[in-house]
Design a protein around this ligand. Structure first.
Ligand code: HEM
Length: 550
């Protein structure tokens, strides 16, 4: 028979644990598990009632009280975010947002929530999402906030350094200065030559496929654009470890590894305090181990081979020109090299693929943009010349419109308000230590920022308006266009990405006619439904027929 004393004491312990963990937030799962796990044993021993039933009862009562108490506190009026509307289960548990993330539909859910609840929505026990243009400046701007614990899960715990994406404050500013130097006008010109070489391979592979005649002239555009962006990022980061374009596939499995790694990290980063425990499980980090081995090997090769014909990103990040007072540690450059591959491959590939998907949905727009490319580049040989990019007005508007409708990082990671001070964000006072999302996908589809028809593909909206002069009866808020984020930690390679998009798209548009292979399918007109938000977007294949233009 279980004593009432045992039940009551276990319940009180549950409440004490809640107060304790509320005050001292756990940074790992193993210590809290251990602490909570031993208490029922200590309790039954101290009451001299040790047997299995009593241990199980004490454990159940303790956990039930602990979780109920946490749930009531989070959902109740005492919580500092109680005044912010949001779905009930989002307020109570982080597992709600984990569930949403696992569906791949986080971006769509965020949009729906903002339509239902307004500009500021509570999307987790201690998380809000802000879909107001003022939130962009308040959160990402100079007096904004540092990155939240979500970003810590993206760094390798075995290394004595972090990648640019995971750094904060002065450490971030110092590393970013070196990146910015690499991305200056001269640096970008050098990278263009590197890209041009890969583009020539892409075009020769497309030529072969196009010439293979009806029935065989088909390819997966999403995969081929990924081969291009992976090869290119590999060139920049480590002097060329990939040859996916040449092989017509992912022979070494690195694309898959990076994709799986990014997805797994996005999932686990919803519950950052589980990460150190997870990392401690032998074999659990198979993906990270493969990435680490790849980075190690590639960096050794790059050090041996030295800089090639054109300066790569390694050259700049390693400060081979000697601008910095201190010597840059090799591991800083290695982690940033891996970051370039993770941050720069899928994002650019998705932007390229989504652009073409939109072209294939609207033949008139496709023909218009092709006509512009023909007029700017009358002969195919010249279409890698970036000096004419300013003349590609309609192509640029089409790219802007694709990035507006589907930013490759649709929701992004959250920033965190520091301890001790509430802050006003988009006109709302928000409690300390709250994590804040500013989802590009939602903001860029809001009728307040882009009107009319914010969900429609209308590249001309960018031509009818300019930054200083918006067409009558329209809204086009340039400050709400944030596919590369905003502020000091925005995309470090924004200008490179633009050049990459313009060069690649004008070359492919110039040379080929492209059509859906199977229009009425998920690889055709319904391809957008395969786009899933796992921090960076994941997509299915986009199957097309390619023919050489006359
Ligand atoms: C169309 C292509 C691209 C898009 C839309 C894009 C978008 C973004 C976004 C939204 C962020 C901020 C992420 C966050 O705060 O959570 C970011 C950061 C970053 N991106 Fe890109 N990106 C693109 C291409 C690239 C390329 C080609 C590189 C290659 C080197 C790159 C390198 C980075 C780096 C290093 C960061 C971290 C910056 C920092 O924390 O200071 N991106 N990018």
């Amino acid at each position: 028979m279980v004593s009432t004393e045992l039940v009551y004491t276990a319940a009180v312990l549950g409440l004490v644990n809640h107060v304790y963990f509320h005050k001292f937030e756990p940074l790992t799962a193993h210590w809290p598990l251990l602490i909570v796990g031993v208490q029922p044993f200590i309790l039954v021993f101290s009451l001299h009632t040790f047997n299995l039933v009593n241990v199980l009862t004490a454990t159940t009562v303790l956990l039930a009280t602990l979780f109920t108490s946490i749930g009531i506190y989070r959902a109740g009026p005492w919580h500092p975010l109680a005044n912010i509307p949001g779905p009930f289960w989002a307020r109570v548990s982080k597992y709600w947002s984990l569930g949403v993330l696992l569906t791949g539909e986080k971006h769509v859910m965020m949009k729906r929530l903002h339509e239902q609840y307004g500009d500021v929505v509570r999307v987790g026990p201690n998380e809000v999402s802000i879909a107001h243009v003022d939130g962009i400046r308040n959160v990402f701007g100079t007096s904004g906030f540092q990155k939240g614990p979500f970003y810590d899960t993206w760094s390798d715990p075995t290394l004595p350094t972090k990648a640019l994406l995971n750094l904060r404050g002065d450490a971030h500013a110092n590393r970013r200065r070196i990146w910015n130097r690499g991305m200056n006008t001269e640096g970008l010109k050098g990278f263009e030559h590197v890209l041009a070489k890969r583009l020539v391979i892409l075009l020769s592979q497309f030529d072969k496929i196009a010439k293979s005649g009806p029935g065989n002239n088909k390819l997966d555009l999403a995969a081929w654009f990924s081969y291009l962006t992976f090869d290119f990022m590999g060139d920049l980061a480590f002097g060329g470890p990939f040859n996916m374009l040449r092989d017509g596939g992912d022979k070494d499995g690195m694309w898959a590894i990076v994709g799986q790694g990014a997805k797994a990290t996005a999932i686990i980063s919803q519950i950052p305090w589980l990460v150190p425990t997870f990392n401690g499980i032998p074999g659990a980090n198979y993906i990270m181990d493969r990435l680490r081995a790849f980075a190690q090997q590639s960096s050794e090769n790059r050090i041996k081979s030295g800089v090639g014909e054109h300066k790569d990103l390694w050259y700049h990040l390693m400060d081979e020109e000697g601008h910095e007072k201190r010597t840059i540690p090799v591991h800083d450059v290695v982690v940033d090299g891996v970051l370039a591959i993770v941050a720069g491959s899928d994002t650019a590939a998705i932007a390229l693929t989504y652009f073409f998907y939109r072209m294939l949905l609207d033949r008139k727009i496709y023909e218009r943009v092709q006509a512009e490319v023909d007029s700017v580049y009358p002969d195919a040989e010249s279409c890698l010349d970036s000096d004419r990019h300013d003349d590609l007005k309609f192509l640029s508007a089409c790219i802007q419109e694709s990035l507006r409708l589907f930013p490759p990082v649709p929701t992004g990671g959250p920033r965190k308000i520091p301890k001790g001070e509430s802050r006003v964000v988009a006109g709302k006072l928000i409690a300390p230590e709250t994590q804040i999302y500013v989802p590009a996908y939602v903001i860029q589809r809001s009728p307040v920022n882009f009107f009319p028809a914010p969900d429609s593909y209308d590249p001309d909206r960018w031509l009818r308006s300019s930054e200083h002069n918006v067409a009558e009866n329209e809204t086009l808020d340039y400050s709400a266009f944030i596919p590369f984020s905003y502020g000091a930690a925005n995309c470090a390679a924004k200008h490179l990405a633009w050049r990459q998009l313009l060069m690649t798209l004008s070359a492919v548009l110039k040379k080929y006619d492209i059509k859906f292979l199977d229009p009425e399918s998920k690889t055709g007109k319904d391809w957008e439904s395969t786009m899933h938000d796992f921090y960076v977007t994941e997509t299915g294949p986009l199957m097309v027929e390619v023919t050489l233009r006359k």
